[in-house]
Structure formats: C-alpha cells, structure tokens
Write a protein that binds this ligand. Sequence first.
Ligand SMILES: [Zn+2]
Length: 74
Amino acid sequence: MTYYCSECVMNWHPYQCAEGCCPECGRGTKRTPDEPSSDAALRHRAALAAAAKRERYERFEAFYAERELQRIAA
Ligand SMILES: [Zn+2]
C-alpha cells in the first residue's frame, strides 16, 4: 500500500507522508494498492533536506527581524 500524489506522480511509503500529505509538494495523497516508486526514498530524503533548509532560513530571518526591532526600540 502506498500514498499516491497525482501532482508529483509519486507513490510514497505511508511513513513518508506526514498526515497523508505528499512530502514533496504538501498536497493530499490517495491510498493505492501499488508498489512504492523506486525513487521514493531518495526524493523523500531530498524533500526533508529542503524542508530543513527552509526552516533554518526562517529561524535565521526571525532572529534578525527581532534584533532589528530591538535596535529600533533602543
Ligand atoms: Zn506531491
């Protein structure tokens, strides 16, 4: 059983889909009886790495936004 994303045309392992959402595009998936795509593990890792990078960048931005505010307030 896999979770299918019609947007990415990917069959993901269920554990790769947080709350049933495609790890790559974030859209909903459909349960299918098909085999997982051969590159599911690779693309899942890439999607996780991209998400981690995005999150780091957001924290970085938040850090500087806060510092700017403190500077203005001072
Ligand atoms: Zn997708």
